[in-house]
Design a protein around this ligand. Sequence first.
Ligand code: BGC
Ligand code: BGC
Length: 854
Amino acid sequence: MKITPLLLSVSMATFIAGCSTEPLVSEQAINKNKQAVSKTWPRLDKQVKTSAAIELRITKMLAEMTVEQKVAQMIQPEIRDITVEQMRQYGFGSYLNGGGAFPNNNKHATPADWVELAEAMYQASIDDSLDGSAIPTMWGTDAVHGHNNVIGATLFPHNIGLGAANNPALIEQIAEVTAAEVMVTGIDWVFAPTVAVVRDDRWGRTYEGYSEDPEIVKSYSAAIVKGLQGAPGTDFLADNRVISTVKHFLGDGGTVGGDDQGDNIDSEQALFDLHAQGYVSGLSVGAQTVMASFNSWHGEKIHGSKYFLTEVLKEQMGFDGLVVGDWNGHGQVDDCTNESCPQSINAGLDIFMVPTDWQTLYENTLQQVSDKVIAMSRIDDAVSRILRVKMRAGLFDKPSPANRALSGKVELIGSEEHRQVAQQAVRESLVLLKNKNNILPLNPKLKVLVAGDGADNIGKQSGGWSITWQGTNNTNDEFPGGSSIFDGIYQQVTAAGGQVELNVAGDFTEKPDVAIVVFGEEPYAEGHGDRETLNYQPGGKTDLALLKKLKSQGITVVSVFISGRPMWVNAELNASDAFVAAWLPGSEGKAVADVLLQDKAGNIQYDFTGRLSYSWPSDALQTSVNRFDKDYSPLLPYGFGLSYGDNDVLADNLSEVLTVDLNQSKTKKIHTGKIQSPWQLLLVSGETEQLISSNTVSLPAAEYRTSDRVVQEDAFIFTAKGNTATTAGIKIASESLFQEDMFSSLQSGSYINFDVNIKQVPSTNVLLSMNCEGFGDESGSCQESIDITKLLNEAEINQWQTLSIDLQCFANQGINFGQMVSPFGLSTKGSLSLGIANIIMATPETGQLSMACD
Ligand code: BGC
Ligand code: BGC
């Protein structure tokens, strides 16, 4: 291996961490601060008052409940991991479907299937024959931009786009439509709105937030809650409404470096001023539930913080609804696991969201009550809150899910009326960043080329939390009734007598008058979307080349940028005549054309009214620059957005120079908490190589399943079944076998390090392989394997440990690290089962067990 020493030894990760881990406020100051400002947490002016009748009913009911029944109310399992019979047996207070979980595990489940499951779970919960409890359960779902888990539902723009629309009345209408579509499927409870105020756009959940500033978040939170739940005093939690959740409490949008589930080190005053505003407004209008956040505050996980969950939220603010945990969030509290966490309950958590390990958690919690680790009074308080919410929502009085007012009214799911609301939201969310010579709006009689991989791609324009959790791998057919951005352009241009050609790569049969290029980020959700920088496509890979190719042919270029955050796109802006930030518009892509195109008579149909609710960065490292910051110097400020006829503000020669070489890094992350770009995971069974895009994949010889090690889904279990004569394998490879350069960042003494947890020892040899063969390279010289059986046999069983293998071993055999196609593959012909996590190439080795070369 030819090795060059690193020119720059500071990796991005250390650079960012290095400048921000220093606490901005000293511990002393925090404590002082805490006492001083905690009085400023307001007492909520609650519009939903305490009802003496309900309180009496709660007291009576509690007096008759056993401790088993009470604890069961506090456990929320997930539909992939409980059966109706288990609901009958335990009587869980609630259950959820996570993103990408459907009735019968069927992505194409119909609304009737959803109702059927809701009905079966409900009937099992009120059946007291096994558990003695007849308390109705409730089903919670992430309807975060429409009822997004259900095929055919109306998908609204993600929150970042709604923020740009800045129209609380419209937002309330969106929530009302969402509530209706959710009610059609028999579901009671929605885990929305997210009221994060996003301070670092590298965060993977940036698009779940409305803004970087609390102003819009505050007004929206009240509007959404009213739209979902109805207004206190009038139609509060009526037949067509659902329970809402304001989330994630508290400080999720302000973690250091935009790290998902990371640490927020703001002062308490900043926490209140910035991050708590959505709670002040949303809880005042009666939001019945709050979801605890995965993040920490000054190192302490909120799921274990009595200060925030009990003292601030419940006591000081006077919140009398329930606090639900986030997905195994309790397991991240110090000294807790997913199966045991009295700390969270004692801190004030009322419901554990425990998708998989609910049974052990239930048993452990019961034991902890009996051992007085958890006081009975705390259990009673939690259960009172759960019952209060159920009573307010009428769950004891309403008919069963299949017989409710909107149940089964499938015509409401994705109805034309609902879609029109979404189309209005799309139009109002678009922000025009550049419009040279007022090139927009376009005359629909022109010859229009539509290009880019986002043009006719409803999955891409919808982003994460769309049918599946990550939103990847959805086809246009899976959005029946929806439309792509191309669809709208096509309809309007052909109707006006113009000509349209669609070509992703920007080729054409006849030279167009104008090209509309739709491109941007691929879908992601949560930590999978965390980025080290805001640089869009480092190296200007394909999209910039496409824009330049069109420009060089003298074609006017209109860029429509799909993204979950503002990004550093100076080069793409320079290469565009007009540039529209379209965010993640959802299922109604056709509405984009309403704004881009004139009508047949040449009039503006809809002007741009969207305005940035996030500042647009002037450089890839301009990460935490937000409205009202001291040295505020964005490319385009908060509130910016052109209307037709406005003067353009951006020059054509914005700097394209990065301030730091982002490609230099001593560590190459391959799978660290998640598969890292540009890599993909493949499961191998004989000749079959299947792309892994869900949390379990099973082939004849091999099986893959995600698992939780430190945080959710940061690891996976690879099992070779050993039941066939064929090879079983797991492989990490680049998309389209693109040859990635890992060479420039590695140096002599680099290792491939990865963590394993042996669940079942190998029955025969196990090979670790790498591959640097791109397309058309048939020589076979660029694929090498090393036998690591001995190393695995030395490892302890059922325990995580790190293995390190010298990269020189692969280099000796001819692997070229400058053109890697697959940096990691494990294969065997026998049986074995391994937990695997944290695959990196790095200097130095980190393993307890390491292997040099012969
Ligand atoms: C998400 C869930 C999702 C699950 C997939 C979790 O981290 O929050 O909504 O369904 O992962 O396994
Ligand atoms: C997310 C929540 C979501 C929950 C259930 C978590 O991973 O953080 O926003 O409500 O999963 O799917």
